[in-house]
Design a protein around this ligand. Structure first.
Ligand SMILES: CC(=O)c1c[nH]c2ccccc12
Length: 116
């Protein structure tokens, strides 16, 4: 669509990221998990990810495709469900974000594809 041609790809990713982050109402995914506070985190999680890192990657034009952007969002959710037990607030928030975020991602991916 013309409007997408005019809108840089980064603007679409920025808007999508803002919509995803709105769903993180407790802001538990806003910043990297602190390796000082959680010293064993890297024993369970290979590639930490959070929304602030994704914002930097959007601004740095590090996402070459929508799929790369989606993969980082899925890292945020899956890392949380790997590290935290099911009966924790963190795990429950990740399940909710996975569901609500999936809807946002699907709509944004269709828009990104229209750019051709
Ligand atoms: C997103 C996530 O897993 C966490 C966000 N903050 C945390 C503090 C302790 C353990 C895990 C976390």
């Amino acid at each position: 669509a013309l409007e997408l041609q005019l809108q840089p790809f980064a603007l679409l990713l920025r808007q999508t990221l803002d919509q995803l982050q709105e769903k993180d109402t407790d802001s538990i995914f806003a910043q990297p998990v602190s390796l000082e506070e959680v010293p064993d985190y890297l024993e369970y999680v290979d590639t930490p990810m959070d929304f602030s890192t994704m914002h930097s990657k959007v601004e740095g034009h590090e996402y070459r495709s929508f799929d790369e952007f989606q993969a980082d969002f899925e890292l945020i959710v899956n890392n949380c469900m790997t590290y935290n037990e099911k009966d924790t607030m963190y795990y429950k928030n990740a399940v909710k974000l996975k569901e609500q975020g999936g809807t946002i991602i699907r709509a944004a991916k269709k828009l990104a594809e229209r750019v051709g």
